[in-house]
Design a protein around this ligand. Structure first.
Ligand code: SF4
Length: 369
């Protein structure tokens, strides 16, 4: 265990990540467990149209919020929560059913391919219904409040970052991992919990295209452990709405301060519009969040500064990891001329400029950077 992982729990960090901290310590139930206590007395969900299911989801979301507030504010104890009756059909079941329906004409992410993933594969994620796990282990290199983190690396990604460090599993060989179903994924999570993980860290590649398996795995999971979403945040607004009440702590990447750099370096359209929209949804819900921003060389003015300004304005409750570890990888090395601007690591002058700007804006970054 890194010593900073123990000393980190005070002041701003504790204040901003309180829900996650209390779940991590077993004092409160993880949100996915609350989702399993909220539900309907119906015997199943067959026969409901998609629109009717959305209506049920909204209704249960309201019930979830009430129960969540009671637990968070100490009005409902863990013992009383555990003694609550288990509904026949849960809020989690409704989420699984909705995501299963979204996959029939997939718009899990903003590519909105419209592919029926029961029959074929997504054009960017290249996944059908299958989920591949490249590796899973206790990660001790994450931010201090997160370690040891039970990290699960899923194959495939919906981005094509030219500097991707995980390009082998995300872009070149997304099917190289072990194919898992929901029950097997739950077993992996139980194993990580037994080994001492303090959270389950869903990452990739990108976890979003694997959402059906991930949500379904929670039906078979019964250990109290925070769920952490480590993502590029390019999911659709509809997907985020379904995922919202399941995740205890968010670990999003916020890479580019505009759409143009997103298109050039990750090959995605409307990058800033989509990712900032999703950050707003999370931050306005008051969820624990650590935003990661990787400082790219020569992108301090166009990306780092606008992102920091945006965070200060819209996500002041976030902790921010201003990251210095960018190194040229993958296409930046093979297409050296095309990506010359990011052909080196950030200089100490660039990093100091980024830190100074964050400091000036009053952003909480020193604790996790
Ligand atoms: S997850 Fe995204 S990239 Fe994959 S099929 Fe769905 S919309 Fe397309």
């Amino acid at each position: 265990m890194r010593p900073d992982a123990i000393g980190i729990w005070s002041g701003k960090v504790l204040e901003k990540l309180r829900w996650y901290y209390e779940v991590m310590n077993g004092w409160k139930p993880a949100k996915y467990l609350i989702c399993k206590k909220v539900g309907l007395s119906d015997s199943g969900l067959d026969g409901y149209s998609f629109e009717e299911l959305i209506g049920i989801h909204n209704e249960l979301s309201y019930k979830f919020r009430n129960m969540f507030s009671s637990i968070r504010d100490g009005k409902l104890s863990l013992t009383d929560f555990n003694n609550l009756e288990n509904p026949r059909v849960t809020y989690l079941d409704v989420k699984v059913k909705l995501i299963g329906d979204v996959l029939r004409s997939c718009y899990l992410c903003e590519w909105r391919c419209g592919v029926n993933r029961y029959e074929s594969r997504g054009s960017m994620c290249r996944l059908g219904l299958e989920t591949y796990v490249s590796s899973y282990f206790l990660h001790v290199g994450e931010e201090a409040p997160l370690i040891p983190s039970g990290t699960i690396f899923y194959g495939s990604c919906n981005f094509r970052c030219v500097f991707c460090q995980n390009y082998e599993i995300s872009q070149l060989r997304p099917y190289d991992g072990v194919k898992v179903n929901a029950k097997e994924l739950a077993l992996i999570q139980k194993h990580l919990h037994r080994e001492g993980a303090i959270n389950i860290n869903h990452v990739g590649g990108e976890p979003t295209p694997n959402l059906l398996t991930i949500l379904e795995s929670l039906k078979y999971l019964d250990v109290n452990i925070p769920q952490l979403w480590n993502s590029n945040m390019y999911m659709s607004a509809e997907t985020l709405n379904i995922l919202m009440d399941v995740i205890d702590i968010w670990l999003p990447d916020f890479k580019y301060g505009n759409n143009t750099c997103g298109l050039r370096l990750s090959k995605v359209r409307d990058y800033f519009d989509v990712v900032s929209r999703n950050h707003i949804a999370i931050c306005s819900a008051g969820d624990p969040i650590i935003i990661r921003h990787l400082v790219l060389p020569n992108h301090v003015e166009c990306c780092t500064k606008p992102i920091l300004e945006w965070i200060a304005k819209h996500c002041s409750n976030a902790l921010v990891n201003v990251m210095a570890q960018y190194r040229p990888e993958y296409l930046v090395i093979t297409c050296r001329e095309e990506y010359r601007d990011i052909g080196r690591g950030p200089t100490s002058k660039e990093m100091e400029e980024a830190y100074e700007y964050a400091r000036k804006l009053g952003i909480s970054f020193e604790e996790v950077s």
